[in-house]
Design a protein around this ligand. Structure first.
Ligand SMILES: [Zn+2]
Length: 383
């Protein structure tokens, strides 16, 4: 028996934001709590939402203090502000970070402190009992797919480490994919976040397990990224490309409930230790990791999956060759300089990074099992 989970209501395309605010008006919330960050406030993206809320006379309060990697203090402050302003619903506006903070504020708005007791690693999800305020998610990047995710990552104030908070009810009540909100992203961020969406689809499709629904979503997501990411990078104002990339990112996250793989395990330490952008880390590691998989002793189904993705590249004019080489060309065409050394990673750090990658759970769903030496060899090949 299997349980398959599907994402939430998704409003997608030009006008999605206006339609969402229109729908809010009939909910009769007392006051909506908007969780975002200082950059989105400064660059005017927040203003696009708040002017619509004003126009529709929806009362709101703004909390724009979330850090790029949200910390427990963001949640404490945000929850206090949520309660002080008597809000009864939440809008998360931003990339993965404001979404994570908003999800944790949602928990703490209804449940007793401290936050740490709800840590998924200690089975804390079972203690999240009270009905929580509704949450609406508006992504401003096309990559993480957090808008259809059910977990939040917050840095603990006691341990300094990332803690994961998971609960089915953290899935936003609605995801609003408005392409207009992503037009200001610079090409290198568009490329990096887009590759993250690609790797979500790729690793989900390669993950073992019978999940034809995730497989189908993943394959279609890969096609969308291959077709539209280069155009979004080339012309940030191409709203069709922005729209396709937003839905591809959402699809990537819907697909990776099946699992991720070694690329994500290798990428995570590069972000936590070297402060590298998550999507960029995936991009730099993907060709070497795929080469490792391609050269392994794969069974027929695994080999067919590799061929199927290769065919998506071939259909788009990539010269025939290994999948790793196709991925390398794709990354290069997006303007991403290959090589970890070019991005301030030092060769002497690879062994400890590999140890950390081994401790990361994502590779447990890799197409083939990996050991410490395998992870190290991929880091070296990507150097
Ligand atoms: Zn990712």
């Amino acid at each position: 028996m299997n349980q398959y989970n599907f994402p939430t209501i998704i409003l997608s395309g030009q006008g999605a934001l206006a339609e969402f605010v229109h729908r809010l008006t009939v909910k009769n919330y007392q006051r909506v709590f908007v969780v975002t960050d200082a950059i989105l406030k400064a660059c005017g993206v927040l203003g696009k939402l708040t002017s619509l809320l004003d126009a529709h006379q929806v009362a709101f309060s703004v909390f724009a203090e979330t850090h790029p990697n949200p910390i427990e203090e963001d949640v404490t402050k945000g929850t206090a502000a949520f309660k002080a302003t008597r809000c009864d619903s939440i809008i998360a506006l931003g990339g993965g970070s404001p979404m994570d903070a908003a999800k944790a504020i949602k928990i703490m708005a209804a449940n007793e402190p401290p936050l740490a007791q709800y840590d998924d690693a200690i089975g804390g999800d079972r203690l999240i009992k009270e009905p929580m305020p509704p949450l609406y998610a508006i992504p401003t990047t096309a990559g993480t797919g957090s808008e259809v995710g059910r977990s939040a990552v917050i840095i603990s104030s006691t341990t300094g480490k990332k803690a994961i908070y998971f609960h089915p009810d953290l899935l936003p009540d609605m995801a609003v994919l408005e392409p207009e909100l992503t037009v200001g992203l610079p090409p290198h961020i568009t490329a990096a976040t887009g590759v993250d969406a690609f790797v979500h689809c790729l690793e989900a499709y390669f993950a073992p397990g019978f999940h034809p629904i995730a497989d189908g979503i993943a394959l279609q997501g890969l096609e969308l990224v291959l077709d539209w990411l280069p155009r979004a990078v080339e012309d940030g104002r191409n709203l069709d490309a922005r729209e396709r990339m937003l839905i591809a990112a959402t699809m990537g996250a819907a697909a990776f409930q099946k699992g991720l793989g070694m690329i994500h395990s290798l990428a995570h330490p590069l972000s936590s230790r070297c402060n590298m952008h998550h999507g960029l880390a995936n991009a730099l590691l993907m060709p070497a990791a795929i080469s490792f998989i391609e050269n392994a002793n794969l069974d027929t189904d695994q080999r067919n999956r590799v061929k199927r993705v290769q065919a998506l590249f071939s259909d788009r004019g990539y010269p025939s060759g290994g999948l790793a080489e196709m991925c390398r060309q794709f990354i290069e065409n997006l303007g991403i300089a290959p090589g970890l050394l070019n991005h301030s990673v030092l060769g002497k750090d690879l062994e400890s990074l590999a140890q950390e990658a081994l401790e990361d759970p994502c590779h447990q769903a890799n197409m083939i099992p990996v050991e410490l030496a395998d992870l190290l060899s991929v880091y070296k090949a990507a150097l």
